[in-house]
Every structure is written in C-alpha cells, then in structure tokens.
Design a protein around this ligand. Structure first.
Ligand code: SF4
Ligand code: SF4
Ligand code: SF4
Length: 523
C-alpha cells in the first residue's frame, strides 16, 4: 500500500483534529442534540425562535458552511471521526488484514446511514421518542470516555451505547472511517447538504495515469478514478487524495489548506455564537417567565423551608439548595457539581429559571447540556421530596395548605364565582383526545391539594406533556379552568373537564398556553 507523503496540509489537519478532540470532544453530540431539539420542538408545535436560537444558529450555520465548503466538520472537527482515524492507524500498526469490500457491498452499506436517519426521524415523529439521547447511543458513552471525570459513572459502561461503541472501534480497525461510511446519521445529513458544495476538489482524468492512488487512499472509499470533479456527498474533505497524487493532479481553489482553516474557523465561530445566543435566550426567558409567574402561580404545594438534594449529572453528582417560601419554590442554588462549567452554566441558567417560573420539576432541557439539565431537575426534585405537603409532618401539612388567601382557604374560583368545597376525595371524568380521562381529586381545608390521573386513553407522548403542567396549574390556581398546553390541547381539556366533573362544577375549555406565556410553553 502506497504511503501518503507527509505534507503541510496533513500536518494542519492533524493539529486541528487533535485540538478539536480535546477542546470540543462533544461537538458532534451538540450537533445531534441541536438537530433533535429543533426537530422535536417543530413536531410538538412548540418551536420558538428565541428559545431555540442556540440550536438554530448552530445547525443552520453548520449546514450552510457544509453546503458551501463541504464536510470539513467531518474531516477536521468531529472527534468521533478522529477516533475512527486513530483506530484505523492502530489497525495498520498491528498489521491487521484490511477488508476491501466490493464496490456494490460498500455502496449498499453506505445507504444504511440514510435508513437510520429516516428511522430516527420517523420514530421521533410517531412516538415522540428521541433515539439520540441517553446511554443507548454510542456518542453519549464516547463523550463520557473523553473525560477522566466521566469514568466513575460505572452504570453507563454497562449499556447498549457502550457495546455499540466497542463494535464501532473494532470495525474502525478494519475499515477506514467505518462508522462515518456506513452508520452515522449526522454524516447522512452532512452528505446531503454537501451535494451542492461550491468548494470542489478537481482531478482532470485526462492527466491521470493508471495509479489510482487517490482511490486507494480515499478515507471514504469513493471510486475517484473516473471522476473529473469530486462532488460525492460522501467526501469528508480529508484531503488524502490531494496529498497522495504523485502528479499533483488533485487540486482545489481556494487552496485546500486555506479552505480548511476558513471552514474550521467559521464553524468554531458558529459554535461560540450559538453559545452566546443561548445565554442571552436563557436570560430573556428568566425575565419573561419571572414576570408571568406573578400572575400564573398563586398558591403552593410545599412546606416553607430550605432543602438540599442531589442527583447524578454527566460527570458526577450535582447538589442543589431549594428555598420554599409561601408554598412556592422561590430560590434554587447549585451548591456543587462535577459537570463541566461551560455546559453546566448554560443548563443552570435556563433550567432553574424555568423551574422557578413554572413551579414545575419537569422543564425543557438545554441542548448540548442534557445530562446537566436533568441533574438539576432531579436534584431539585430530591430536595423537595421532604417539602411536599403530603410528605410533611402532621402540623406542617395542616398548616401550610392554602394559606395564601381567605378565598383559597375554603373555596375555589370558577366562572360562576367562588364555590365552597367539602374536604374529601372525589372522582370524575372528562373527554380527552382518544377517549375518557379519569381523575381523583383530593380537597383538604377547602383547597384542591392533589389531582391524580387514574385512567386515560390518550397517547402517552401528548398526555404526559399536558399532565404535569395542567395539574400544577389547577392546584396553584385552585381552579380547573386553566390554560391548555399547546400541542396537547385535547389532553389538557380532558384533565380539566375531569377535575371539574369531580368537583361538580361546570367546565369551560381553556385557551392555548402560548397566548399567556408569550410563546414559552413547555416542549
Ligand atoms: S460522519 Fe458522523 S461521526 Fe463521522 S465525522 Fe461526520 S459527524 Fe462525525
Ligand atoms: S475524495 Fe479526497 S478529500 Fe474526499 S474523502 Fe476521499 S480522499 Fe478525502
Ligand atoms: S492519484 Fe493522481 S494521477 Fe493517480 S489516479 Fe489519482 S488523480 Fe490521477
């Protein structure tokens, strides 16, 4: 096998790959996560240009740069691809027998990644389940592997994602860029975007001999010998073909090294611009949601006090301190975390602001900081376990319920006026999207203190989005007549109607939530 001559271009690539591996090991996860967040927000009907500014900037700029320059992301920046290159070199050093698949087999396997991409999109569309998060995918495990601090998370090492990662590493020993060629759904997205690229690598076939060295050294196994212009979406701009050509016949304008530096600088800039936009959006969300809280949250379900709780994040444990005052969650402080500050800070601002504003423990995660987001939610939930009215002491539970106003202490507000409630547990039903929804409503000291859904025929995906928000708002507002959750209106109405039915009051359908929250409803 012909050796690729060392060249400045190759040196530049290795330096950028190494730097990106250590500086942005999670960049491809961030890209996946951003695409997933946008996609799920769009299909849920909760897309908002400000809330998704980070993802929009990142995804659109990366796709635009790819459409102009080609897949420099894959060739230079993606640490998962760099890992593939590393194992390919290891296989070479170990003198493992390389696999040369037939052209037909190679082409057939390359279509697998498009099938995977379509599968992920369809499953997200129909079931509302993302296959791109959690420890079932190898990218998450790889992200943990690239940080020593992530190693102690032993449960992640016994997972589907870890097994897949080992198989990918093994495959990369025998087939160059094994995962990129055949399996990467993000690579499929980039391949489509790069079809129209303006930066083209040219190799006039009439100046070629019969060496076919470029074809043999192509990282992605593209049959280059018959081509004059490389426009294949599989090309990852690795520039091996430029380096290897003994006749200097493979060229590009602008020069490949210059194009690489420009593309990488533009992509890095887009990444940081997205991060800055995310911070600005989080601060804006804080202002908007804090303002809405004063009108939407009027009662609480927790005993006043200061509580601490902890949960596992991406690198280790996150501890929070939660203050409850007047039945509300009024302050959340992060006492400590093992997660990376750059990711955690983005999650902290957004997640704590959402919890405070919605008084809900299930809020939107921050793209690219999913584990940190869940860690904060779980730590707050852990802290509030002992603050719940039903979990409190006898004197606490009796004393703290419905103390906010004279009206809510003995009655609830309906369109027909104040209605007094007898203490007790009531059951009722309402019409959801697919059929009947049944609830059990507990009234203590004249207040609605608990609503439990005992049965529903609605789709889990929509219903679960409505359930937490609607029940929280009913308890907070002491009325079944609250705003429906956007994208889950029928499920929302089913719960409201069931509560109204249980309490023996007339039900009036609510308006969509975004009209009240300025478009910042839950996803
Ligand atoms: S194909 Fe996928 S894994 Fe490979 S370099 Fe591109 S984004 Fe990374
Ligand atoms: S065509 Fe050239 S630049 Fe593209 S992947 Fe193959 S060797 Fe790399
Ligand atoms: S390595 Fe150069 S000369 Fe050989 S086939 Fe490729 S472009 Fe032509």
């Amino acid at each position: 096998m012909q050796q690729i001559k060392p060249s400045p271009l190759k040196l530049i690539r290795r330096i950028i790959q190494t730097a990106a591996f250590f500086l942005f090991p999670g960049l491809f996860i961030t890209m996946f996560s951003a695409i997933k967040t946008l996609y799920m927000a769009i299909i849920d009907g909760t897309f908002h240009i400000t809330a998704q500014a980070n993802e929009l900037i990142l995804v659109l700029s990366m796709l635009l740069i790819t459409a102009l320059m080609g897949r420099f992301f894959c060739g230079f920046l993606c640490s998962f691809g760099t890992m593939g290159d590393f194992f390919w070199v290891v296989g070479k050093r170990l003198k493992l027998r390389r696999r040369n698949l037939s052209r037909r087999m190679d082409q057939a396997l390359k279509s697998l990644k498009y099938i995977l991409l379509i599968g992920i999109v369809l499953i997200g569309w129909t079931l509302g389940v993302s296959l791109l998060s959690g420890t079932a995918n190898p990218w998450t495990i790889f992200g943990m592997l690239t940080s020593v601090a992530g190693w102690p998370n032993l449960t992640a090492w016994v997972s589907v994602g870890a097994l897949l990662l080992i198989l990918i590493m093994a495959g990369s020993l025998y087939i160059e860029r094994f995962f990129c060629r055949y399996l990467c759904p993000l690579g499929a997205v980039f391949a489509v975007a790069s079809k129209v690229r303006l930066f083209k690598i040219r190799k006039p076939a009439q100046h070629c001999g019969n060496c076919q060295a470029c074809t043999k050294q192509c990282s992605m196994g593209i049959p280059l010998y018959g081509m004059n212009v490389i426009s294949d979406g599989e090309c990852i701009d690795c520039m091996n073909c430029v380096d290897v050509c003994p006749r200097g016949n493979v060229k590009a304008n602008p020069k490949p090294a210059l194009a690489a530096v420009v593309a990488v600088a533009a992509m890095s800039g887009a990444y940081f611009a997205g991060t800055i936009a995310s911070s600005a959006a989080a601060e804006q969300t804080t202002v908007i949601e804090t303002a809405s809280r004063t009108t939407s949250v009027t009662a609480g379900q927790y005993i006043d006090g200061i509580y601490t709780g902890s949960a596992s994040g991406f690198r280790g444990t996150t501890k929070t301190q939660v203050t409850v005052s007047g039945g509300f969650i009024t302050d959340i402080s992060v006492l400590s975390t093992d997660d990376d500050a750059s990711f955690f800070n983005r999650a902290e601002r957004s997640v704590t602001a959402q919890i405070l504003s919605t008084q809900s423990l299930s809020v939107d995660t921050v793209s690219g900081a999913t584990f940190s987001s869940y860690a904060i939610m779980d730590a707050v939930t852990d802290a509030l376990k002992s603050a719940l009215v039903n979990a409190g002491t006898a004197e606490g539970s009796a004393a703290q319920v419905g103390v906010n106003s004279a009206e809510t202490a003995s009655s609830i507000q309906t369109e027909q006026g104040l209605i007094a409630l007898e203490d007790g547990t009531y059951t009722g039903s309402g019409s959801g999207y697919r059929g009947e929804t049944s609830v059990s409503v507990t009234v203590e000291n004249g207040c609605i203190t608990s609503v439990k859904v005992t049965n529903t025929s609605d789709d889990e995906r929509f219903f679960s989005r409505a359930e937490t928000t609607i029940i929280n708002e009913i308890i907070s507002g002491q009325t079944p007549d609250v705003d429906a959750v956007s994208g889950a209106t029928c499920s929302s109405n089913g719960i409201m109607e069931a509560v109204a039915n249980a309490l023996g009051i007339e039900f009036t359908a609510a308006a969509p939530a975004e009209s009240r929250h300025g478009g910042h409803g839950r996803r």
